[in-house]
Design a binder for this molecule. Structure first.
Ligand code: NDP
Length: 323
């Protein structure tokens, strides 16, 4: 049997945490031969709720679950962590501007970046889910001075999955026939789900749908899907977000040659400003995320990619004192 790996989840008593922990403990993230220890971080007011979650984890008697730590101390939660899922974040409150939200989360992700740097495994892989995810990830990376920026990423696989599902529905095919789609930029309403390189079976996607549908319906629908779910459910997506986070970590650690989308620190590929956390089309191999550098993009793509890049640059400017 393999040695257990330590997985830290922050905001573990929240909606996404609740939809995620039981699946991680059952082996869906790292494989059914990989024992795990869960290290759960919450803020003090949520510790009671977290205790309830821990009791439910115990009551599942998962054979792979070799221990559960629940704590409100970051140094304890990140100690020896092999994988970190930063889910907890400050939600936007009444009257709060985007700038206030960035500021409130800035404090959380500065501290967590430093604690990961000081207490986690030197090979840790960190995924940021809590919003604004790209910029929270940027703050965490910049505060983990001894770690490689390649050890950090932010989640856009849910947006990628939403785009695949929408195109498959429109063209009347199964999900697995849609290939090579990409989501670029920020996990926000400026994200750019791109179809120029996508295919459905052996046919280019843009031969099967009209450009008007792509621009006027597909792109806005993917961008607004989170808001659509909030309107229908009365609260934000949780199960699909948890599913995407598990998928992100599984692909990153176990590898995939299928293109997906992840937010990573830009090294200037596709002319995107170096240093910002931007979603690119990627594959994963040997525990590393690799950008698909083979795409030819047209003026429409470049314009959309610049728009979402501009938003990320504005977010970076708002928190530059934290970097
Ligand atoms: P959720 O579990 O529903 O969401 C957690 C975070 O994930 C939010 O920032 C949410 O953004 C974000 N998110 C990212 N992508 C998605 C997506 N596609 N769909 C939905 N959400 C997405 O929030 P809860 O309020 O239920 O739980 C948060 C928990 O975090 C609470 O228990 C709180 O106590 C805790 N917390 C912990 C901290 C810590 O550990 N230090 C710090 C702050 C909070 P959005 O708000 O935009 O939906």
């Amino acid at each position: 049997m393999k040695e257990p790996l330590r997985i830290t989840v922050t905001g573990a008593a929240g909606q996404i945490g609740y939809a995620m922990l039981f699946r991680i403990a059952s082996g869906e993230m790292l494989g059914t031969d990989q024992p795990v220890i869960l290290q759960l971080l919450e803020i003090p007011p949520a510790m009671n709720a977290l205790e309830g979650v821990v009791m439910e984890l115990q009551d599942c008697a998962f054979p792979l679950l070799r221990g559960v730590v629940s704590t409100s101390q970051p140094e304890e939660a990140f100690s020896g962590a092999d994988f970190v899922l930063l889910v907890g974040a400050r939600p936007r409150g009444p009257g709060m501007e985007r700038k206030d939200l960035l500021e409130a989360n800035g404090a959380i992700f500065t501290g967590q970046g430093k604690a990961i740097n000081d207490y986690a495994s030197k090979n840790v892989k960190v995924l940021v889910v809590g919003n604004p995810a790209n910029t929270n990830c940027l703050i965490a990376v910049n505060n983990a001075k001894d770690l490689n920026p390649e050890q950090f990423s932010s989640m856009t696989i849910l947006d990628h999955n939403r785009a695949i599902a929408l195109l498959a529905e429109r063209t009347g095919v199964h999900i697995d026939e849609v290939q090579n789609l990409a989501v670029w930029g920020n996990h926000s309403a400026t994200m750019f789900p791109e179809l120029l390189s996508a295919s459905v079976g052996d046919t280019p996607a843009l031969e099967l749908v009209t450009f008007d549908w792509y621009r006027d319906q597909f792109i806005p629908k993917v961008q607004q899907r989170g808001a659509e779910i909030i309107r229908a459910r009365g609260s934000s997506s949780a199960a699909s977000a948890a599913n995407a986070a598990i998928q992100h970590m599984r692909l990153w650690s176990l590898g995939t040659r299928t293109i997906t989308s992840m937010g990573i620190v830009s090294c200037g590929d596709y002319d995107i400003t170096e240093g910002i956390v931007y979603s690119f089309p990627v594959t994963c191999g040997a525990g590393k995320i690799e950008i698909d550098k083979s795409r030819s993009l047209d003026d429409f793509c470049v314009e959309r990619m610049r728009l979402t890049e501009r938003e990320l640059l504005e977010e970076r400017d708002a928190i530059k004192h934290l970097l």
